[in-house]
Design a protein around this ligand. Structure first.
Ligand code: SAM
Length: 280
């Protein structure tokens, strides 16, 4: 028994199922169930919500989400070795856990979930940013989820909440702050994981706004900020030269000096630039 449920402690689960962590799958497991229950609580009231979890691994956060009362959890895990463990958790929480062996980048979660939906995950570092950008850039808003509660390397978490004029400011800050309210809600040292990663980690909670802060087409905004920060030391008129032959006019019509650098430009101006490009 483990404290939050009647299932065995995670160290025993990992030993019994021989789940030696694989670096290639970004496996750094959380073994303290009190900690995973705390992360589940950071996702807010789960009692009336379905939760999508990416990368449950041996199931620490999954058990936290279920113990905290999630109506249903859909857990998508790439490593087939974890499936027997997830089946045991499913048996302990009848009809509340659906575990799918697959790649989160290709599985459509919506066939299994009913709103309201929250997403909670200790993300594999190799696909974490790509998943976040996908969740932030659907064509329509609001999205299928109400909130994201996600563990990242601390440096990535800082990029999500970064403000203009800082080194961390870039595409992740702009896309996150455009359509959500992101906050770092917890920091964790390497020792919280097995094996310990080289860097600190942090949990970010992003609440979906009812509407984006400023109008813009997500594809255009994503493209223009990616290009602008790809060459962040250059003036925008040269960093964005390939985006449009009339880029200086578009920059001026968005209220941006063509000699400015991406780091100085606020979200509202990037949205105006995306709109100007779409109008032409
Ligand atoms: N949630 C567990 C925990 O907190 O202890 C494990 C977190 S570990 C950082 C990331 C998990 O994501 C691993 O179990 C790994 O196998 C899984 N994973 C890696 N790539 C994946 C992908 N493309 N789709 C789904 N799961 C993936």
């Amino acid at each position: 028994m483990s404290g939050i449920d009647d299932l065995p402690p995670l160290r025993d689960v990992i030993a019994t199922h021989e789940l030696a962590a694989k670096k290639s799958l970004g496996q750094n497991f959380l073994l303290d169930l009190n900690l995973t229950a705390k992360i589940a609580r950071l996702a807010g009231d789960l009692s009336g919500a379905d939760v999508l979890e990416i990368g449950p691994g041996p199931g620490g956060l999954t058990r936290g989400l279920l113990a905290e009362g999630a109506r249903r959890v859909l857990a998508i895990e790439k490593d087939p070795r974890c499936m027997p463990v997830l089946a045991e958790i499913s048996a302990a929480y009848p009809d509340r856990l659906i575990a799918i062996n697959g790649d989160a980048l290709t599985v459509n979660p919506l066939t299994h979930l009913t709103p309201p939906i929250k997403i909670a995950a200790n993300l594999p570092y190799n696909v974490g940013t790509e998943l976040l950008v996908r969740w932030l850039t659907p064509p329509d808003w609001p999205p299928f989820w109400d909130s994201l509660t996600l563990m990242f390397q601390r440096e990535v978490a800082q990029r999500i909440v970064a403000t203009p004029g800082t080194k961390a400011y870039g595409r992740l800050a702009l896309l996150s702050q455009w359509r959500t309210d992101p906050k770092i809600v917890m920091e964790l040292p390497p020792e919280a994981f097995s094996p310990p990663p080289k860097v600190n980690s942090a949990v970010v909670h992003l609440t979906a706004l009812p509407a984006p802060r400023f109008a813009a087409n997500p594809g255009t905004l994503n493209m223009v900020v990616a290009a602008a920060f790809n060459q962040r030391r250059k003036m925008l008129r040269s960093a964005l030269k390939s985006v449009s032959p009339d880029i200086e006019d578009h920059l001026r019509s968005a209220g941006i000096k063509p000699t400015e650098r991406a780091e100085q430009v606020e979200l509202e101006a990037f949205c105006a630039l995306a709109r100007s490009l779409d109008q032409s």
